[in-house]
Ligand binder design. Sequence first.
Ligand code: SAM
Length: 287
Amino acid sequence: MNYRHIYHAGNFADVLKHAVLARLVTYMQGKDKAFRVLDTHAGIGLYDLSSEEAQKTGEWHEGIGRLLGDDLPADIVPLLAPYLDAVKALNPDGGVRLYPGSPKLARMLFRSQDRLSAMELHPDDYETLHRLFDGDFQSRVTHLDGWLSLGAHVPPKEKRGIILVDPPFEKEGEYERLVDGLARAYRKFPGGVYCLWYPLKKGAPIAEFHKALKDLGIPKMLCAELSVRSDRETTGLTGSGLIVVNPPFTLKDELGLLLPFLKERLRQDRFASARSFWIAGEQQLAS
Ligand code: SAM
């Protein structure tokens, strides 16, 4: 396991993922009933962007670093508020030195009844995350293969939940594992809200991935993708996507505002692009 998220924390891919995660948490809180966030690949939870590792790549400058001004359009402010307010709360003196990873962000947004189960397999990162939530009875951190938790930890006992699957994509076959993992978990918990993250880069098998997802026969599945630059000159990450199963009914319209804004704000060249569409579900209603 070589991947360490500290090198990438707060980058353009984190911005999309964390903004959408915050929307999902906010939506779940429309009902009083408790829910659980299961974070299968959780990372260390809190990132020091002044650390040597984060400074080495400086990726956050082109992610969260571009969102901190007071110049957000009026229709975007409420959509990003849950996410950006959490970032601001960690940095009361302004700027961004501390950045919340997915488990910390979810936890910061929780009410007293909401719960977190976070899986992390890297031994050091697990220790760090475990320390972060030490003594917090609303959060449980487990040193476990997150793919196993998709079988073992669903459905959550609250019977309401968001399942975030955010693997490092350092091995071959991660797109297929995402599809298989979703299929397994969905069989046990068809009412869950699933959010799967995947990279966009040159040669990525995106069409096959979308087809395999569609072939699962899951009735409601929304896709959001944002590319910040062309993949012609690089084999590195040029964008990222999210698959949201059982999305809140508001999410498609929210993405219709958020994605064009993020495309303009986070673009690194003139080839930036963004799209959201139904892999399964609502398109039948729309046509
Ligand atoms: N979800 C985090 C966030 O948004 O802040 C970032 C997670 S990072 C992309 C992926 C994490 O998965 C890394 O911390 C890595 O150590 C961990 N990891 C890798 N393989 C894993 C596995 N099989 N099960 C659980 N965690 C794993």
